[in-house]
Design a protein around this ligand. Structure first.
Ligand SMILES: Cc1cc2nc3c(=O)[nH]c(=O)nc-3n(C[C@H](O)[C@H](O)[C@H](O)COP(=O)(O)OP(=O)(O)OC[C@H]3O[C@@H](n4cnc5c(N)ncnc54)[C@H](O)[C@@H]3O)c2cc1C
Ligand code: FES
Ligand code: FES
Length: 495
């Protein structure tokens, strides 16, 4: 924001809360939504459990207008969401649901069907179900379980909670949120503008540029600022590492930055493309990616987190980087007015270090689609099925010449300090036959020398190496179309 733009920028955060507009022209850039709700507003129904996005006790719902004309309701974790990220939204907490003495249908069902014992998790569970109630006319058991995967209940047990969901999330919503949807949408539209947001001063601020031009200019001037996507990582720097982030640039208002372009040849994810929005396009690219994205964190994490954040954080155990590496994706970076493109694998230089210059940001991830002679597989291995970080993440793309492997791109997470290709195994597969399992052996053996994984609380080094080779064997077996069932309790036998 140049001096001129700065004078034109909006100096107050604006959102809706308890039926009224809120404008805040002073707040700490690192303030979380949870702290504001509990400490400033006394909304003690919003609980704090883990403070790191894992338990769902702090779940609230953010509502925003959709381009289609309706209103969107997303459950998010208030503990790892920064206050500034609610700009332009309505914040709905458990205190907002009842109409006078009448509980919301979801709350009433939780009472009637005994969905609560100690009650600590209950507000979060109610808010997750409230979001589902608004968005699903007939939620399936699978959709209900997905919605609740990020809500931990330690004492009631989930059966009565599922009963409450089955009793309510199965018809068109009829609560006052649905009855007054038009008014709510109009009120939210009243908040919309295309001005940059800048709250604070040059030393300490929360900024949300409205265009790429002002983003590039502002970040160029404040290279020490923290870029913020969904805050599902950055939020933990605050709640767990107690980092004093003084300058925050949130990318959530940059026009067009959340788009996903889908052409015949490729998918293009702009940095703020949501993890939830990315699910269907990735699932259309290959069915394995539906499951990978479904198991990414929880509904709350996917509602806030972004593709850009998952790539830019450079985590060795992020789920999308191995997928994108296997698919030969490229990233586009921008510094000032200049952009450059590089293969995504080159972006990950070393642990905690990416090829990103001061003031440069990740703009776009370009992901080529599969060609007719290419086969793809991707598997995630984690201790817990849902809401868990990978112990080993894998993605494989095989380019075939008839029944021979002309090229293999084998990418892993959890096996090295960065997401990384198994180059020895790739070379060993060159020319291997899908009909000759003996020709796969060298590649399976090569995994042991391609990586020296570490032992940590998620898995031992030996386990990781074994699993990595076995996942490759599984992929080859499936692609070869031979041995029958390769997936236990899962969607699909080998094709
Ligand atoms: C409970 C929980 C479960 C999780 N489960 C998973 C999981 O299953 N799989 C997985 O891979 N991850 C998981 N994560 C980690 C996290 O959700 C993901 O990495 C997510 O994609 C981060 O995206 P974000 O938009 O929230 O990033 P943020 O937290 O906003 O940012 C992350 C990093 O990227 C930088 N950044 C963001 N956008 C840009 C940009 N455009 N250019 C340059 N730098 C940028 C930020 O400065 C920061 O360093 C989980 C996290 C939590 C809290
Ligand atoms: S307090 Fe546990 S997810 Fe927020
Ligand atoms: S009712 Fe006690 S944790 Fe769920």
């Amino acid at each position: 924001m140049s001096a001129k733009q700065g004078s034109e920028s909006r100096k107050a955060l604006r959102f809706r809360f308890r039926g009224a507009d809120v404008a805040l022209d002073r707040f700490s850039p690192r303030a979380t939504l949870l702290d504001w709700l509990r400490e400033e507003k006394g909304a003690k129904g919003v609980k704090e459990g883990c403070g790191e996005g894992d338990c769902g006790a702090c779940t609230v719902v953010l509502s925003r207008p959709r381009p289609s004309g309706s209103v969107d309701y997303k459950a998010v974790n208030a503990c790892v969401m920064l206050l500034g990220q609610v700009d332009g939204a309505e914040v709905i907490t458990v205190e907002d649901l009842a109409e006078g003495k009448d509980l919301h249908p979801v709350q009433q069902a939780m009472v009637d069907l005994h969905g609560s014992q100690c009650g600590f998790c209950t507000p979060g569970i109610v808010m997750s179900l409230f979001a589902l109630y608004q968005s699903h006319e007939r939620a399936s058991r699978a959709a209900i379980c997905d919605q609740l995967a990020g809500n931990l209940c330690r004492c009631t047990g989930y059966r009565p909670i599922l009963d409450a969901a089955f009793a309510t999330c199965v018809a068109k919503p009829e609560d006052r949120f649905a009855r007054f949807a038009g008014e709510r949408r109009a009120a939210l539209e009243g908040l919309a503008d295309d001005r940059d947001l800048f709250v604070g001063d040059e030393q300490r601020f929360f900024a949300a540029p409205a265009s790429e031009a002002t983003l590039a200019e502002l970040y160029g001037r404040h290279k020490d600022a923290t870029l913020l996507g969904g805050a599902t990582d950055v939020g933990l720097w605050i709640t767990k590492a107690l980092s004093d982030l003084k300058k925050i640039i949130w990318l959530g208002r940059v026009k067009g930055f959340d788009r996903i372009e889908d052409s015949a040849e490729a998918l293009d994810f702009y940095a703020m493309a949501g993890l939830d929005a990315a699910l269907e396009p990735l699932a259309a690219l290959h069915p394995d990616l539906r499951e990978i994205m479904r198991r990414f964190g929880s509904a709350q994490v996917r509602a806030a987190g972004t593709i850009g954040g998952n790539v830019a954080n450079g985590s060795p155990i992020g789920d999308t980087p191995p997928v994108f590496i296997a698919l030969d994706a490229t990233v586009e970076l921008r510094l000032g007015a200049a952009t450059r493109t590089l293969p995504i694998e080159k972006f990950f230089v070393a642990y905690g270090r990416q090829d990103r210059r001061a003031g440069e940001y990740l703009r776009r991830v370009h992901v080529p689609k599969l060609k007719s002679n290419q086969q793809f597989r991707s598997y995630k291995v984690s201790k817990r099925f849902d809401e868990d970080i990978s112990a080993v993440m894998s993605a494989f793309r095989f380019t075939l010449d008839g029944r021979r492997i002309a090229e293999a791109r084998l990418a892993y997470g959890g096996m090295a300090a960065t997401p990384k290709r198994a180059s020895g195994a790739e070379a060993a597969l060159h020319g291997a036959s899908l009909d000759d399992r003996a020709s796969w052996k060298k590649a399976l053996d090569a995994i042991a020398s391609d990586f020296t994984p570490m032992t940590d609380q998620r898995a031992s080094a030996a386990y990781r190496s074994k699993v990595a080779a076995n996942l490759l064997l599984k992929a080859l077996t499936e692609v070869a179309g031979g041995d029958g069932l390769t997936r236990i309790g899962e969607l699909r036998a080998a094709e």
